[in-house]
Design a binder for this molecule. Sequence first.
Ligand code: MEZ
Length: 582
Amino acid sequence: GADLASFHSKMGGCAVCHDTNTVTAAAVPDDERDLNAKCNTCHGGYKALAEKSKNLPFNPHASHLGNINCTSCHKAHEEPKLACNDCHSFDMKMPFASKTDKSAKATDARKAGEGSWDERIDEKALAAALAAPARETVDVVVIGAGSTGYNAAISAKRAGANVLLLEKHAFSGGNSMLAAGGYNAVGTKQQAKKGVHDTVESFIADTMKGGRGKNDPELVRILAEESAAGIEWLESLGANMDDLKRSGGAAHDRTHRPADGSSVGPHIIDVLRAAAEKEGVPARVNSRVVKINLDADHKIESVIVHGKHSGYYKLAAKAVVLATGGFGMNNEMVSFYRPTFKGMTSSNNVTSTGDGLRMALDIGASATDIDWVQAHPTVGKESRILISETVRGVGAVMVNVKGERFVNELTTRDRASDAILAQPERSAWLVFDSQLYKKAKMVRGYDHLGMLRKADTVEGLAKAMGADPKTLEKTLADYNAYRAAGKDEAFGRADMPLSIDKAPFYAVAVAPGIHHTMGGVAISTESEVLDIQSRPIPGLYAAGEVTGGVHGFNRLGGNAVADTVVFGRRAGEHAAKYALSK
Ligand code: MEZ
C-alpha cells in the first residue's frame, strides 16, 4: 500500500529506517527515538522542517507541541495522524494518507468533549505479563510525562534514584502542554521588581476562598510556601517566567509567565524535556501503565506496561509516582461524578482520561473531592480551544449576546461559568481592542485559527457579533469611564489594565468547558497516596491533577502549573528517598 514504510523500503529495505538488527516490530523501542533520529538524518531536525513547511496554511512543525518524535504523526506502517487534530480540525492532507482517507482530519478530528482514548485492555496479555518475571527493574517509575511527571522524575533522579518516566501518548507534555495562563507564586524576584506586596498568607487566603474553604489547608500552605522556589527551579533549568499578571480570584499580581507573552505550558514542557534529556532521565512514550501491583505487605512491587511495540510487560519498582492528570476528557467519569456537566466540551488534552486515578482506586487508594469538576468560563464556543484567562486579565470585557456586561470578568471560574450558563444562549463574547491584541501574544494565535471577529468601529463589531451596536457602545464607554475613575461601578472588577477604545476592535465567542478535575487521590503532605483509612500506601506517591485536596471546590487560574511543579518535585524527592531506603 502507499504508506510511508513501503515508500522508504523501496530505497533499500527495512534497514533504511530500522537498524538491521531491530527490523521486527517487537524490537522497536516504544519511545521510537532511534527511528526519529533516522528521520532527522535525511529530513533535518524540527526547526529545519518548520522552515520547510512555513508556507502551509498552518505550519504543523511550528506548533506548541514542540520537538516531538516525527513518528507521532508520520506513522510508517499505519495511517498518518495529525496530532494537532486531537484538539483542532485542520483539513490538512498528510503525506501517505490512504486513498479512502485523504485528509488527516477525517482520521483524527474528535467531537467536542468526546473522550476518545482507546483504553481497552487485552486481559489475556495482561494476565501473561502478571505471571511473568519483571522485564526491567528501576527504583522509581513516574507515570505520565506532563509537567508533574517531568518535575518528579528529574527530582527523583537528582535525589539519586534510578528513574523511568512513562507516557502513554506518542509524545510527552500531557495536559500541561495546553496550559496557557501561568504559574502563581509569591515572594519572587519578579514580584519584587514590579513592587508587588504579596504574602504567603494572601496566597493561601485567595486559594482557600477560591476553593470555598474546602481545600486541605496544609497542602495549600505548601503550595504557597514553595511556589517561589518552584519558579527558581524552572529558571535554573532554563525557563523564563518574567512576565507577571493577575488571574481571577487573586488579590495580587502573582501569575508568572514567559516574558515574550507565549503560553506557559509549552514553554516549560520544552524546558523540562530538554532538562530530562540532559540529566539522563529516560522518557519512554507510547507506554501505557495498565496496572499497579502491590506485594503481600501492600507495598509497591511493580507496574504492568502496555508498550506500543513491546506489548504487555512487567516493570519492577520500589516506588511509583502517579502523575497521570485528571479525567476532564473522560465523558463517562465526568457524567458519573458531575452529571450536570455531561457532554460539555473540554479544554483538556485527549490524555486526561482518569486512568491513573482508576488504577489507584483499584489498589485501595482513597479519593477526595472527586465530584468537584471545574468548568473554565472561556473555551472557544463549539471548540476545544481555551481562550486563556490571560485575555481577561490583560483587559478584555465579557458581554452577552445583547452587548451588556453581566459579571465581574475576574471573579472565580465557577462564578463566571455559572453567570454565562445563566444567559439564555449559554455563551458570551470577550471584547477587546488593538492594545490587547498587541500585548497578549496568544490572541494572535486565536486570530490565526479564525476565531476572532474584527471591525474598525464598535458599531461594526457589534454587527459582526449579532449584538445591538448602541448597547455595546454604551457598555464600552461605561467600562472606559469606570477604568478612568479607578472603580468598576457595575461589577466591582478590581483590575482594569487597558481601556477599550483603540481600533480595530475584536470579539471572540466563548462558553464554559471542562477544564480541571479538582478531586483525585488523597495525599499526605509528603505526596504519599493515602488508603481509605488515611494510611500511606507504601511506595505510592502522586502529584498534580490526579490528586485532590489542593484546590478545594474550585481551582484558581495559575495554581495548577504551580501544583505540578511544587508537588511534582515533592513527590519525586519523597519517592526517591523511600525507594533508596528499601
Ligand atoms: O491555570 C489555568 O487553568 C489558567 C491560567 C488557564 C487560563 O485561562 O489560561
